[in-house]
Design a protein around this ligand. Structure first.
Ligand code: BTN
Length: 246
């Protein structure tokens, strides 16, 4: 097991992100940094945008890392980029080509294999702690049709040792987490862009005014999506303001 982390394993919890929040509320010192809360089953797993995160018992990874990067709050999207890229690298190691769907879904052949829910606490102008929640589909073979999801097992046609895969993932996470602290964001910015779905092609998006085709031009420092239409018009979106129509 990776000795850089203290792992709290729970058979069942409402949400590992909630559990990590409660830990941080109870203990305000830095001893919780690099603690991982790992659950076999979440009764109220949370996804982005108030969605729920469903994951069959014992089949997948559902965990939260308490991460304490020394970064300014205005740069917080770098954490999402770093986590997304570490999942991409983990998958690449298994010879699975994956892409990032802005802001931070991980897709294989346009099907979701992992989701990330990052919840940051800010003191003054800095991040005091970041709860990085990751739901990673490992051995689950059946998903509701509407979910458009996949798993490692569906991709590789073998079953995995779920907890061992957490250990492997952490080696990729460890390799990159220093980029968040060393203010050397360029590498992560470039790699995030490299794996971003829709940076080379015009894809269909939907906003409150309807659907349109656009190509990703840039992700700005706040994590906002800037797209270009065929007419040359640029549009900028914050989280929740636009979705990709897959
Ligand atoms: C998303 O894609 O919408 C984000 C999903 C994040 C799910 C993980 S599972 C572990 C952690 N605990 C939660 O309640 N959510 C995150």
């Amino acid at each position: 097991m990776n000795t850089n982390y203290k792992i709290i394993e729970l058979p069942e919890v409402d949400s590992t992100n909630n559990y990590a929040h409660n830990l941080l509320e109870a203990t305000s010192d830095s001893s919780l940094c690099n603690t991982i809360v790992l659950a076999d089953y979440q009764t109220a797993g949370r996804g982005a945008y108030q969605n729920s995160w469903e994951s069959k018992k014992n089949e997948n990874l559902t965990f939260s890392i308490i991460f304490c990067p020394q970064i300014e709050a205005k740069n917080q999207f770098i954490i999402s980029k770093m986590v997304s890229f570490s999942l991409i690298n983990y998958l690449k190691n298994l010879k699975i080509d994956a892409q990032i769907k802005w802001p931070n879904d991980i897709l294989v052949n346009k099907k979701k294999i992992a989701g990330i829910l990052i919840e940051n606490s800010i003191i003054g102008s800095k991040i005091s702690d970041s709860i990085i929640g990751i739901g990673f589909n490992i051995n689950q073979l059946e998903f509701g049709n509407e979910l458009n999801a996949t798993s490692l097992s569906l991709e590789k046609k073998v079953l995995f040792d779920v907890k061992k895969e957490l250990d492997v993932f952490l080696t990729f996470f460890d390799e990159l987490k220093f980029y968040c602290s060393e203010k050397n964001y360029n590498f992560i910015n470039l790699e995030y862009m490299n794996y971003l779905l829709g940076k080379d092609d015009y894809l269909r998006y939907r906003d409150s005014n309807g659907e349109f085709d656009a190509k990703i031009h840039e992700i700005d420092e706040f994590g906002r999506l800037i797209v270009k239409l065929k007419t040359g018009e640029q549009r900028k979106f914050g989280f929740k303001e636009v979705e990709l129509v897959l």
